[in-house]
Design a protein around this ligand. Sequence first.
Ligand SMILES: [Cu+2]
Length: 155
Amino acid sequence: MHVHRYERAILGLTALFLAIAGAALAYSVLVEHHRLPGPVERVDPTTVRQVAPFNNPGVTQTGPTTYQVTMLAQTWSFIPQQIEVPRDSTVNFLVTSADVIHGFIIQDTDANLMLIPGQVSSTTVTFHTPGTYLLMCHEYCGAGHQGMFARIVIQ
Ligand SMILES: [Cu+2]
């Protein structure tokens, strides 16, 4: 079978780009340990307010510069409404919804989660720049959606 040289060139370039993308993905996962944020466990949304750790949402220091934030999303607020951590802190967010599907996005970071009732989601962010970061719901969740936000204060 005859393959035109331009077709061979395109096939070669395609294989090269696929190899580069595969190598970049492998490097990201195996060397940089990047993971997609996502579900980490299941919880009953009807009883989540009584079950640890969501019965006591807030900030817990887990190391010299690391923090765990347990957060509950509900129509139309996040609990807690504000958290404060020092600059250069690495914060692991453990979040779930107590009622309907909400969103979770933190301004000027790559934190972006879907909060699905019954599912606990997690993402980790390192905050280097002091200031107040807005955490917003980005999934329409009803009449009060536009007012559903929290603040992350980096000192
Ligand atoms: Cu919303």
